[in-house]
Ligand binder design. Structure first.
Ligand SMILES: Cc1ncc(COP(=O)(O)O)c(C=O)c1O
Length: 478
């Protein structure tokens, strides 16, 4: 049983963590709060002192208690951007399946898979749109949808893409079962088993799975935590290896959160175009920047080039919609055929519902609401890592999206940590699965983990982070 001052402290802590009291803001005066909450002054003072001791507040003897600037852990050490080693066959991404299972199990604190908790998704609007479609389009839901996808959704996507600088025909938009299928179809369209594909390192593990499934070799290029793939590094790789395609996440990559500046995007596209190499652009997080206008896509910057633009509604509306798309004007017929022979088409119900959300403006409204929420969640977890994790821990500074890439002290094994955490009902993504040769024990990103920040910002999260920090410390004490 906790005391009243502890309960009040926990409540206030939650409010601070959720951003209701921002950094530097003054909390209500002691007497005022005591009166409002029908508590004694000494109870309020005790809870403020508790929060002061925990590093949340600082007292100013004359004017009250203020939210302390949050401690941010140091940024990642910069990776030397030299030439990648050599292309490798991608293997053993099975551990990603256990992450995916934990992501579906509410018993776990789900910091592993990059899946937003329901509180970040427009549940009500989505339910309403789905119900409307069931009511108004019953016949449409009783047959196969076209392999390209529902024209209503393709039109809305084409309109929205044009608003962000990529003028495409709705006939070139092909709806897929999420971005994962968009990536797979794109790879299939331009590669044969054994071909070399340039990717970023660390790499999103779903892409590694796609490469594994297609029997492709990954040439993983060291990537800058802030500015993503470096054109010079790419150029060296292209001069040395017979590259058949390049896949990159230009806007808010997973796991680094890096954003490739427009000038570098143009140079990358140019380098590839000079050699006739297609670019597969994964823009999954492009809509989720924390500030400023939406960054341009490579497709918008170089519409004439050979680009497969892939994206999804998984991170903005719901992953369970299984709704993504690919636009590659030079390959539309081929992708449509590949889609048809792999699973005929994507279900009409989610497509028509999402078309309604786009048309009504609800999608944009939701984005406006959720971007600052993701930013606050990322900042908050980053601050907690700084406060709780052992010295030597470094954290990425993403400019969008909702994942953090965490470099632990050298002697902490992220894979072992992930196993230990699972036993505590916490799932995290070990760094090794972001490397093409990834399984347990592999050297690549051994002391790294990735955390999904799009989880409820509550006391359970704080406890999970404390547990992770303790497990790290235990490894260091051995
Ligand atoms: C960068 C990136 N691409 C693609 C995907 C797959 O998305 P979808 O659920 O739409 O298949 C994800 C999901 O985590 C992702 O982070």
């Amino acid at each position: 049983m906790s005391f009243r001052y502890q309960q009040l402290a926990a409540e206030l802590q939650q409010q601070i963590e959720q951003g209701q009291y921002g950094c530097g803001e003054r909390l209500p005066g002691v007497r005022e709060l005591a009166k409002r909450r029908a508590l004694s002054v000494s109870t309020v003072v005790a809870s403020y002192r508790r929060l002061e001791a925990d590093g949340y507040l600082q007292a100013n003897s004359r004017s009250g208690y203020f939210v302390k600037p949050r401690y941010q852990p140091p940024p990642l050490s910069s990776v030397p951007l030299q030439q990648a080693a050599e292309p490798v066959i991608v293997c053993s991404q099975q551990i990603a399946l256990s992450l995916s299972k934990a992501a579906a199990d509410p018993a776990y604190m789900r910091l592993g898979a990059a899946v937003p908790a329901a509180v970040y998704l427009p549940q009500h609007a989505l339910q309403k749109a789905l119900q409307q479609v069931i009511k108004t389009e019953p016949a449409r839901l009783m047959r196969y949808e076209a392999s390209r996808g529902a024209v209503e959704l393709r039109r809305e996507i084409a309109r929205r893409m044009a608003l962000h600088g990529a003028v495409v025909s709705q006939d070139d938009v092909i709806i897929t079962n999420g971005c994962q299928e968009a990536l797979m179809l794109s790879l299939k369209a331009v590669t044969q088993p054994g071909d070399v594909v340039v990717i970023e390192s660390p790499a999103f593990y779903g892409l590694l799975q796609a490469l594994e499934a297609a029997g492709l070799k990954a040439l993983a290029l060291p990537t800058d935590a802030q500015t993503g793939m470096a054109p010079d590094v790419l150029q060296q790789a292209l001069e040395q290896w017979p590259v058949k395609a390049c896949v990159l996440i230009a806007n808010y990559s997973n796991p680094l959160g890096s954003l490739i500046p427009d000038g570098n995007k143009k140079r990358i596209v140019q380098l590839l175009a000079q050699r006739g190499i297609p670019l597969i652009e994964d823009d999954t997080y492009g809509d989720l920047g924390f500030t400023g206008p939406r960054p341009g896509s490579c497709l918008a910057l170089a519409p004439q080039q050979d680009i497969f633009y892939c994206s999804t509604f998984s991170k903005t509306l719901s992953p369970d919609l299984r709704l993504g798309w690919v636009i590659a004007p030079k390959h539309t017929a081929k992708i449509e055929y590949l889609k048809f022979i792999s699973n005929i088409s994507t279900a009409a119900l989610p497509q028509l519902a999402v078309a309604k959300l786009l048309q009504s403006g609800q999608y944009e409204r939701h984005l406006r609401q959720v971007r600052p929420q993701y930013e606050a969640a990322v900042q908050r977890i980053s601050g907690s890592i700084g406060r709780l994790f052992p010295p030597g821990t470094r954290v990425s500074q993403p400019q969008g999206g909702f994942v953090l890439w965490v470099e632990l002290p050298q002697d902490v094994d992220g894979y072992e940590l992930a196993q230990q955490a699972l036993a505590e009902k916490i799932s995290i993504a070990p760094g090794t699965i972001f490397s093409p040769t990834a399984p347990a024990g592999s050297a690549g990103y051994r002391n790294f983990i990735r955390l999904n920040c799009a989880v409820a910002q509550d006391a359970r999260l704080e406890r999970a982070l404390q547990t992770l920090a303790q497990l790290c410390q235990q490894q260091l004490n051995r």
